[in-house]
Design a protein around this ligand. Structure first.
Ligand code: SAH
Length: 223
């Protein structure tokens, strides 16, 4: 999979993609991430990428020209399955969407900043708009990073089998069961006995039962 991210603050991604399983996925060539600095596509001598909004609303707007140039350049090089704009008024990200996107070959993610992007960018170049929740951040980089993490970990080969994403919450519309590690007893707070029993059938049944109970209790968050 290849992900091209268009950003006005590319340095925000550096440590994110340099760590943990995302870095392993990159090193193992399962995923290729290219970050494009919007300023590199500005034809303005001061590398300007934003301007005042028509109508006089407060706040700057990302201009169409550098974004258009970047997207058009990328589209000349390869076919993209989808072009995504991260925006608080987009469809709220869920596991179903992550699963769907993890099967794509080439995607572009556009990060906004300031008041957002010129509406014509959204009208002319964007296939889908995704939000990471009903609150507003100052830029699309954290939302884009969250989106990348949530889809890359689903690509076969990225996580090892025992920590497989298939057992996490929301896959199959279920919440994952509670988990414990050593010590068995911490200040009188004990690990449920069944998990220490070594009886794999009983453990599986217990996990399934806990999953069902938790899902019922927390139903609101997966709706
Ligand atoms: N004026 C916009 C908010 C702009 S926030 C509005 O009222 O809807 C600046 C940028 O941050 C956005 O362009 C978007 O790319 C990003 N952003 C902020 N909150 C986000 C969220 N919840 N989900 C996805 N992207 C978000």
């Amino acid at each position: 999979m290849r992900i091209d991210i268009i950003s006005s603050l590319p340095s925000l991604f550096e440590s994110f993609f340099a760590s943990s399983i995302l870095n392993r996925a990159i090193v193992n060539k399962i995923v290729k991430i290219k970050i494009h600095d919007l300023r590199d596509y500005s034809e303005n001598k001061h590398k300007k990428i934003d301007d005042y909004s028509y109508g006089g609303e407060a706040g700057m707007v990302l201009k169409i020209e550098p974004i258009a140039k970047c997207i058009q350049n990328l589209k000349k090089k390869r076919k993209y399955d989808t072009i995504i704009y991260m925006t608080p008024d987009g469809d709220i990200l869920n596991q179903k969407k992550c699963n769907e996107l993890s099967q794509k070959k080439n995607i572009i993610i556009l990060c906004g900043r300031y008041k957002g992007v010129d509406q014509r960018v959204r009208d002319l170049f964007i296939d889908q708009e995704i939000s990471i929740g009903n609150y507003v951040l100052s830029g699309g980089e954290i939302p884009a990073a969250a989106l990348c993490d949530s889809i890359i970990r689903l690509i076969p080969g990225v996580m090892n089998n025992e920590s497989s994403a298939l057992f996490d919450s929301f896959q199959d519309d279920l919440i994952a069961p509670p988990i414990y590690t050593r010590p068995e007893n911490w200040n009188g707070n004990k690990v449920p006995y069944v998990l220490l029993s070594g009886n794999s059938k009983k453990i599986k049944e217990w996990n399934e039962e806990q999953s069902r109970k938790l899902t019922k209790k927390k139903i609101k968050i997966i709706k």
